[in-house]
Design a protein around this ligand. Structure first.
Ligand code: SF4
Length: 501
């Protein structure tokens, strides 16, 4: 049985256009939007068993065919609309509405940041389907009349970048912009700022910078809608964590929407013993779900975590922000960590925009010392934070000095897979962009630079203007850094934090 949710997008529940007893095929239209929303299609051949206000139950036929019921739109935008495509990075905004704009030669920014730790399905897509992804970008450009498209991708993904560079000559108006390996580089306004150098206010849409931001998997589904007349009923997913097949991320492509979290975990080997929680989404923005939760068009990751740490009732201050868990999530984590929630503060840059926290400048810390002092004055011994890479680093600049023990909301998730907890910033906030040849086309970094990029901390030094200067006067200590024995961060007027790795 597949449970197909009627709200897999921003907006209101879609309205069912089938009734119990109807036979449906893969791709059959199940529901249409009422107001803001998107079409919902069946992901299986089968029989409609039950319709509720928020979902439709389809009993799968024993035999499933490979084909699907095609959509009927005539032009690119109507095909995207008929296909029910929504933002697949998690936001779920209806794509046909987003692209129904005349950018008058502006920019389509393709979000391939995949900035949540552990998720890998976007990069797998680029490796396996680079041409189709680029064709989807080209169709999206035509829809919104963008003159140029820029794919924002983390510099660390060398293989994917080089593959795209080999494919891009067929798409002269598409280029790459390299991002640092920091959270939250995939935030929509962070992408605009990094690529175009424009910092939009939290209330603004990218169109105010002459741009539209679209997720890289959304582009893939656009190509399928335009070329194959295929509705959107499949999702790429990463599964990771406490699994019998190992803790490494496993990627599953083209999973039918409505497949349960439990079915996907079984495909990944099943849960290995006792566990803490199952997250749907990434370590920062995921929500705790059950094995029976169905996936939707916006699901990205399924993470099975270790059991929670026990804070033994410690008086804990919670620092919420716009980029991590919301208040509900942090309260839930306090209970799961056996912490006594004693005080709440919000990051100085997190502002309320129509009931949702938005960051004024995503990933650039405004300083957190006053918030930390507040927790100390309230008698806290511990703090639980959900902050971005930069703000977490700043918290670490003051909290330990006040004898406050820091916990990050991602700790139990990252520990599950053997990753270092979020604490000090060990990576540069700026990266060098790709060189260009005489024709102005982007080309891979020279072999020598690539070699440096793969030798421990070498990439960070090459990317940072500050560290470049240091490189000119190498010392024994810096040689140790090159061998990856430890990372060092030096900032004017700041303490020196040394983190052994
Ligand atoms: S500055 Fe604050 S709200 Fe913005 S990304 Fe960092 S922690 Fe989140």
């Amino acid at each position: 049985m597949k449970e197909i949710l009627l709200k897999q997008h921003i907006g209101s529940f879609a309205k069912a256009v089938v009734k119990p007893g109807d036979r449906v095929r893969r791709g059959s239209l199940l529901a249409v939007p009422e107001g803001l929303g998107a079409n919902v299609h069946s992901s299986v051949d089968g029989l409609v068993k039950e319709i509720k206000e928020d979902r439709i139950f389809v009993e799968e036929s024993v035999e499933q065919c490979d084909g699907f019921e095609p959509i009927s739109g005539k032009d690119i935008l109507s095909l995207i609309q008929d296909a029910g495509i929504v933002g697949m990075g998690g936001a779920g905004f209806p794509t046909a509405i987003k692209l129904n704009i005349d950018l008058k030669g502006g920019y389509l920014l393709v979000n391939a940041a995949e900035c949540e730790p552990l998720l890998q399905h976007n990069m797998r897509q680029i490796l396996e389907q680079p041409e189709k992804t680029l064709r989807g970008i080209d169709y999206a450009m035509q829809s919104c009349k963008a003159a140029k498209a820029v794919i924002a991708i983390k510099k660390k993904h060398e293989e994917e970048i080089n593959l795209l560079l080999r494919t891009l000559p067929d798409f002269p108006n598409i280029t790459l912009h390299l991002l640092p390996d920091l959270y939250p580089m995939g935030e929509e306004r962070a992408v605009v700022r990094e690529v175009l150098g424009i910092l939009l206010p939290p209330t603004a849409l990218p169109s105010e910078a002459g741009a539209v931001v679209i997720n890289v998997e959304t582009c893939l589904r656009i190509a399928e809608a335009v070329e194959e007349k295929k509705p959107s009923f499949l999702k790429n997913i990463t599964v990771a964590g406490k699994l019998k097949k190992g803790k490494e991320s496993q990627v599953f492509m083209d999973i039918p929407v409505g497949t349960t979290v439990g079915e996907l975990i079984e495909m990944a080997g099943g849960i290995d013993g006792e566990y803490g929680e199952i997250l749907l989404g990434g370590p920062f923005t995921g929500t705790a779900v059950s094995l029976s939760t169905p996936i939707t068009k916006t699901s990205g990751g399924i993470l099975v975590t270790e059991p929670f740490p026990d804070l033994k009732g410690a008086k804990t201050g919670v620092l919420i922000c716009a980029c991590g868990g919301n208040m509900d999530r942090m309260e839930d984590l306090c209970k799961k960590y056996n912490a006594t929630l004693t005080a709440v503060q919000a990051c100085k840059q997190a502002v309320d925009v129509r009931g949702t926290l938005k960051c004024e400048n995503p990933g650039n810390c405004p300083g957190q010392a006053a918030k930390i002092l507040h927790f100390k004055n309230k008698g806290c011994t511990d703090i639980l934070i959900g902050n971005c890479s930069d703000c977490t680093n700043t918290v670490m600049g003051s909290a330990p000095k006040m004898n406050l023990t820091v916990h990050h909301q991602t700790d139990h998730v990252l520990k599950t897979v053997g990753m270092e907890p979020m604490r000090y910033l060990t990576k540069s906030k700026t990266v060098e962009q790709l060189p260009v040849n005489e024709e102005g086309r982007q080309i891979p970094f020279p072999e020598e630079a690539k070699k440096q990029g793969s030798s421990g901390g070498g990439e960070e030094r090459r990317d940072s203007g500050t560290l470049d200067k240091k490189e000119e006067r190498k010392s024994d200590t810096e040689a140790f850094i090159e061998e990856g024995l430890f990372h060092i961060r030096i900032e004017e007027g700041q303490d020196i934090h040394i983190e052994f790795s």
